[in-house]
Each structure stands twice: as structure tokens, then as C-alpha cells.
Design a binder for this molecule. Sequence first.
Ligand SMILES: Nc1ncnc2c1ncn2[C@@H]1O[C@H](COP(=O)(O)OP(=O)(O)OP(=O)(O)O)[C@@H](O)[C@H]1O
Length: 633
Amino acid sequence: MPSLLLRPTTPCFLLPPPPLRHRRSSPLFHKLSIQPSPTSRKSSVSLTRANTTIISSLKPFENVKPYLQSESRTILAGWLCSFVSVVSLSQIIPRIGSFTSTLNANAASPLKLRNSALVLAALFLARVVAGYLQQAYLWEAALSSVYKIRVFAYRRVLERELEFFEGGSGISSGDIAYRITAEASEVSDTIYALLNTVVPSAFQISAMATHMVVASPLLTLVSAMVIPSVALVIAFLGDRLRKISRKAQIASASLSAYLNEVLPAILFVKANNAEVSETVRFQRFASADLSERFKKKKMKSLIPQIVQVIYLGSLSVFCVGAVTLAGSSLSSGAIVSFMTSLAFLIEPVQDLGKAYNELKQGEPAIERLFDLASLKSKVIERPGAIQLEKVAGEVELRSVSFKYGEEMLPVLDGLSLHIKAGETIALVGPSGGGKTTLIKLLLRLYEPSSGSIYIDKKDIKDIKLESLRQHVGLVSQDITLFTGTVAENIGYRDLTTGIDMKRVELAAKTANADEFIRNLPEGYNTGIGPRGSSLSGGQRQRLAIARALYQNSSILILDEATSALDSMSELLVRQALERVMQDHTVIVIAHRLETVMMAQRVFLLEKGKLKELSRSSLLGTHKDSLSSAGFVI
Ligand SMILES: Nc1ncnc2c1ncn2[C@@H]1O[C@H](COP(=O)(O)OP(=O)(O)OP(=O)(O)O)[C@@H](O)[C@H]1O
């Protein structure tokens, strides 16, 4: 029996909703608009620009083939059931005729009648059961294939370099989410339609064609001549449908992307009285979606009708001509037999047309889904990259330069910096000075344009990415917490392998978070709401520090949040930082003078250059100079 339990266990975390976009008149709409997939016509240009490697540009179904092959047993089981179903039907039809004759015969024996009825019932049951199993097996194959494609696409998306998510790809995360959810579901519908139609229809067509040849080879030949003209029309309309479907998918993805961007920002929307204008924006997205989807539905309804008209029309003309030519050589019995078989042939031929429709409609979804997985990350792990077991925490940058795009100005320009193991340094500088960029390079989220970065004298390019990011902990300015419990958020690294509660509690204590966590209704098992919305700013910061401590890395990067905390919360966070600084190499992107003063050395990052500042000079610096250097006064 098909095992339809395909779903993996529900993840404990819901990822933060992805951002979106739009296409239309306003600049915001432009900013939000979803781009056609990177492998569409224009994509070759953008791909070249992105200097990415195309793994696969094969036709959509070439990509799906391996996944279908992995389900070949289930598919064969489904087709076998369809064969049994057709055979049962072939047996039922003549038996119904003879059963009716037996009923009409005066001398019908009750035993004979009962036996005929039993055989008919058994055949009918066999057809019903085989029909059900056929559909169940084929759905299992289609859904399982798409489940594997989804997992593959998602894994490849997560493997992409940060630039892919920061606008370099032109694909918004709302679009990605739409492809992996709704469009993947469409792919399973397409696969199912094909599996459930092509082979079962072929069985029925073969059976009926055999009957037709027996009845009249000439008329069969005439009927066969109609098929190429129908095929031509189907191919033309199918191509139109594919284009319309692609537009419809892009419109739906835009709608989904829009919602993914606006709903998480509901506080901002309400605070700006933007409910009405957001409703208008929603209407624009929804109406674009409506119009594209309506076009698609109309085309889908039109195709079978046109095919039917052409098929029956051409066939009638041909048949009348052929019957006239064949003249008396065709008996009335043969004509009846031929026409009956033809009637049963039309249904599967129409089904094939519908399956072709499904294929053309699903093709863009398949393309868009595989486009996500078709490009390799630019940040590649070298063969033979090493695993760092223990790290002392020495960090060195040698002549590091970086720019986000070929035509852009350098953000970092030949930076050199040596941080000793266990040292705390503060990075200060004006907004946009490149502090966060420097951290991204240290975590190898981007590659420097030139120069190298070393940890414990090892070039980070020679270290396994997982190992590097294990030894470098990050508390970012935009604190990211997920729906889940406090413990799950602190032990995020071990979410799927098993969280160590002792380490969670230790990390929380060091981060000054243990006390408030214990006061929560269920302590460490308290849910913190979407994105940690049920916690205060200071609590969220301490939780983020605890999470970085849990991973036990020797190097910690703290991007100090600039949002104002009350003095008590600030004191608690600062105490946590002091403890962390005792046994870690710490790079703190500091915005407050008090935090800067906790560091042993202070560096100003401005106009791509790094300059060491003396702590004493900072104390005497004028307020205006401090705020132009990025301090929150
Ligand atoms: N993904 C990106 N693509 C293109 N340019 C970027 C990208 N990220 C940052 N930049 C640009 O790089 C420069 C440095 O940005 P960065 O975020 O590193 O500054 P920062 O010093 O951390 O600023 P802040 O203190 O405001 O957080 C800015 O001009 C910014 O616009």
C-alpha cells in the first residue's frame, strides 16, 4: 500500500517572514518587484555579471527526472494498477452486454445469472480498488518527488552567499518562499497529472485503436491523420499557456512577497496610520494577480474546447470522405464497432491534451524552483579545508580591501589590524563606515576583493566554513530571535541535535539573563512569541548574548544595539559584556562611550581606512566630534 506519510516533523522554529516587493509606478513598487528567474532570457546577462556558475540549464523536466527515477517503484506500482483497471474495464464492457442478453433470455438459469453477477461485481470491485491504488501510488510518487526537490532547493538557497539575499540576485526572500511553497505544490500537481494520464491513457488508446483497426483499417488511418493537426494546435496553445502561467506565477509571488514584507512590520504600519494606503497597495498586487490568473484560467478552459472542435470537426470531414470512398465494403456492424471504439478513444486523447496543459502550466514553476538551486555559492570551501578544534582567538587582517560591486567605491581600503588572543577592541565610526562589512568578511559571508584574514595564523579561506563560524560568535545589532522557547533560542546551534540545558543555563547566567528567564511563566521553556516579541529590548539583547556564549566560541563579535535601553537594562547588558570580555577575544562595534571604554584598544573606521584612537583622547573629545564618529551621546 502506498505510504502517504511523507511529511517531515514540523520544525520548532518559524523563520522570520521574508521581505518582498512590487512592480509599478512608485519607486517603492520598483524596489519591491519580483524579477523573472535568473535563467530566463535576460538572466544570462545578470548571471555573467554575478560571475556565478551555472550548474544546470537543462530543460525543466531533465531536472525533475532524477527525482522521478527515485520513485520509480511507486510509479510502476501505480501504472500496474492502472493496467489492472483498464483490463477490468475491457472485461466488464462485453460482460455487461452478455449479462443483459442473459437477463432478457426467457430460459435464464438463476445460477448462471448469479455467477455472471458475481463475476461482474468482482471485476467492478477490482477496477475500483485498482483505480484508487493507482491514484494513491501516483500521488505518493509526485508528492515525494516534490518533497525532495523542495528540500534540495531550500538547502541550496541556504548555502548561497549573503550577497544572494542582500539583493545581488534580484530575488526577494518572499519570492523564494513562494517558489518553495506554492509553486512547488503546482509542480506536484503537474507531475501527478502527467503520471496519471500518459501511461493510463496509452493503455486505453492502444486497446481502442486495436478495435478500430479490426473494424476498419482505412478509417483508422484517416483518424490517425487528424492527430498531427491536433498536436500542432496543442503545441501552439501550450506555448501560450506557458507564457501566461509564468506571468501569473510572478504576479502571485509578488503578492506573497508584499504580504511577507508588510505583515511583520505591522507596528510601523499602524504607527504611521498606513492601513488605508497599505490596503490600496495590496489591492494593486491582488488585482495584478487576479488579471494574470484569470487569463491563465481562460486559456486553460479554452484549450480542451478548441482541441475537441478541431478533432471532431476534422475527423467528421475525413470520415465522411473515407466512408464514401470505402462504400459498400464497410458493414453497418463494422461502422458501429468503429464508432464505439472511437468514442472511447476520444476521452484519453483529450486527457493527453489536458496533461499537456498541465505540463505547460507547471513548466515555469519547475524552472523557477530549479533556478533557486542552479547557482553555486561564490563563497566556496577549498578542498582539504581544515577543521579548527581549539582556537586561541588571535585575529589578523592583512591589507584587506572590499567593495560590494565592480562599479562601486571600496568600503574597506587596504585595512590591516592585529588583535591578540583574549583582547577586546572597539570599532567605532560613522554610519556606513564599513564596520558591519568588516564583520561580514571575518565570518566569510563575503570574500575580500584583496588581502587576507587570519585566525590563529590560519587564512580563513583554508578553514572549513562551519568550523570558522563555530569559533566566531556574533551578536548582531538587529537581534534575531525565533518563535520558540527561551532554551531553543539560546541553544539554537543544537536545535536539531539536542540542546544541552546545563550550557544554556550557564550561558544565560553569564549574560545576566538567568534571573529574568526564571521569572517567566515557564522559565526556560517559555515561548517568546514571533521574533521574541514578548521580551523587552534589554532582555532580547541578553538572550542574544547568551546564545552567542552557548556556542562556546573564542572570538565574539558584538554589534552594540543603539536603541535606548533604560539605565538598569543597560547596566545588566554591560555587566554581561564585561564577563564575556574576560575569556574571549571580543570585537565590539560600539556606539556608546561607556562601551568603548571597556575595550583595550579603539579603532575608528572611516572612508575605508582604520585609525587607532587613544582612549584618553576620546574622553576629552567634543560631543559633536563624537556623534560624527557614530557615538550615541
Ligand atoms: N549588501 C550591500 N550591497 C551594497 N552596498 C552595501 C551593502 N551592505 C552595505 N553596503 C554599503 O556599504 C557601506 C558600509 O556599510 P556597513 O553596513 O558596513 O556600515 P556600518 O559602518 O556598519 O554602518 P552602521 O553603523 O550604520 O551600521 C555603506 O555605504 C552601505 O551602503
